[in-house]
Design a protein around this ligand. Structure first.
Ligand code: HEM
Length: 481
């Protein structure tokens, strides 16, 4: 009877999986030309929204067997709309973002001091990659959980998240598995590792989440908005602006997944973009000096920092960051999947339901029909169009979708909601790092290598190391740092 029970259990687990394996799957499509990417992503479909991703590799969604969705993994519908609206209007909206100015300043100061300390200890060569990533993580962690986080705990969370990012390749294994139960059995070590990382997140995040319950704060953290958030009881795939009556709060599992998404999306992308920015400035001392000259023109020599209100005037720095995002988009892919309601036409044919459409962002950004000498690092290409700043808007993806030339933040309704925040974080940190230090190439194995390591995020193949000299004029910088 034990054998019979085991067989029955196997049958009930495997039968639905096996039936889906034998079902013919429509071919996937890879879009590498800009015009098609723009038409599909930004203009959308002739019918339906074409705004779903294939089952996400979000570890939170996979580990909970898709019980807990976050914004990235949720199907296009009312639940997704409520979560995304909360993030964009309550946290990332420019009118709310000023609340976190003190956290940005403290993370930036911490980074400058850390680099100064390293250069004192190690003959001026610093491990910039780790320091940059940790500074970004501590900033995003404060936005997520509020002020007063213990430094040791933040460090542990940052390390755990690095492990999780490394495990994303394994997560992909489970996300795309035709036979999930069998795949979990075959790759049980990888599954156990993912499960233990998720458990670790629960153990760390839940006490922090609980400590915010019932508190009112002048500077609400992301978690506070999530605790207040109500989502539709049943997801309705049709997105309308009509309020729904039956609502519920997010469960603990969902809260952990949402925090994990915020920390991951907010840290890994911007930390990678900042590293690529500093790496390109090391390789191009002429560009670095031009950025420094621009900063000196707008910031007094005895000012404490390049303040946020100056950033809008630093057009050349902004152009450098755009060019970095074009050549090294930190998110490698955008994905969509054709659903029942979508009427998506490609090459004169309606794409069958289930078709996965892949947009490799680096290839799209190097389309020779859109850019002259697309392989060259040439920030001034973003300075040619003054006035309306058309190209700058186009580069981050304009809301009306006109003149889109590249899409580091994706496009259409699922476009990155963090693009404004990301640009603020990258330019604030980069401006201050250039003002404080002269960044020079270290020698031998520590030299800057601009080859990418393409995974879920595109990072530098060799983490950034650089030789730093103090660069500030006008006060006794040696003493200050
Ligand atoms: C340089 C920095 C960043 C880059 C390059 C980037 C890139 C992207 C891309 C390509 C997508 C997919 C868009 C699509 O499918 O069309 C995305 C989605 C997303 N990003 Fe970002 N991102 C960055 C920073 C941020 C930040 C700072 C946050 C939040 C704090 C964030 C939160 C999200 C979320 C929640 C989504 C899912 C949106 C949805 O499905 O509706 N990102 N991002």
């Amino acid at each position: 009877s034990t054998i019979r029970a085991t067989l029955a259990r196997m049958k009930s687990t495997l039968a639905p999986e096996l039936s889906s394996v034998w079902k013919p799957q429509p071919a996937s499509i890879f879009v590498t030309d800009l015009a098609t990417a723009h038409r599909l992503l930004v203009r959308g479909a002739a019918g339906g929204a074409f705004s779903n991703r294939p089952p996400s590799i979000s570890p939170s969604a996979i580990l909970s067997r898709r019980r807990y969705q976050n914004i990235t993994s949720a199907p296009y519908g009312q639940h997704w709309r409520a979560m995304r609206h909360n993030l964009t209007s309550e946290v990332l909206h420019p009118a709310r973002l000023h609340r976190y100015a003190a956290a940005r300043r403290s993370a930036m100061r911490g980074l400058v001091e850390d680099l100064a300390e390293q250069r004192r200890m190690s003959d001026a060569v610093v491990h910039a990659a780790e320091s940059i990533r940790y500074a970004m993580f501590s900033l995003v962690a404060t936005m997520c959980f509020g002020d007063g986080l213990d430094r040791g705990r933040v460090r542990a969370m940052a390390d755990a998240q690095r492990d999780l990012v490394k495990s994303l390749a394994a997560a992909r294994l489970f996300a795309h598995a035709k036979l999930p139960a069998v795949t979990r059995l075959i790759y049980r070590e990888q599954w156990k590792k993912l499960a233990s990382l998720r458990r670790q997140q629960e153990e760390t995040y839940l006490p922090l989440i609980d400590s915010r319950r019932g508190q009112s704060s002048e500077r609400p953290a992301y978690v506070d908005t999530l605790l207040d958030l109500k989502v539709p009881l049943d997801d309705d795939p049709v997105v309308t602006s009509k309020p729904r009556r039956a609502q519920r709060r997010l469960s603990e599992g969902e809260l952990v997944g949402m925090c994990s998404e915020f920390l991951g999306a907010g840290t890994e992308t911007t930390a990678s973009a900042l590293q690529w920015t500093m790496a390109n400035l090391v390789k191009r001392p002429d560009v670095q000096e031009a950025v420094r000259r621009e900063i000196r023109a707008f910031v007094a020599a005895d000012a404490d920092e390049v303040s946020e209100d100056v950033l809008g005037k630093l057009e050349y720095l902004n152009a450098v960051i755009m060019e970095v995002l074009r050549l090294h988009p930190p998110t490698s892919w955008v994905f969509r999947q054709v659903m029942e309601d979508d009427y998506v036409v490609h090459d004169g044919q309606r794409l069958p339901v289930g078709t996965k459409v892949y947009f490799p962002l680096a290839a799209i950004a190097r389309d020779g029909r859109a850019w002259d000498d697309p392989e060259e690092f040439r920030p001034q290409r973003f300075l040619t169009c003054k006035g309306e700043d058309e190209e700058l808007v186009a580069a981050v993806g304009s809301s009306d979708g006109n003149n889109v030339k590249m899409m580091p933040f994706g496009g259409g309704r699922r476009m990155c909601p963090g693009r404004g925040t990301a640009m603020l974080h990258i330019s604030y940190f980069a401006a201050n790092l250039v003002r404080e230090f002269e960044w020079r190439e270290a020698e031998g194995e520590l030299a800057v290598d601009l080859h990418p390591q393409v995974g879920f995020f595109t990072v530098m193949n060799h983490p950034l190391r650089a030789h730093l000299e103090l660069a500030r004029q006008g006060q006794d910088t040696q003493q200050r740092l």
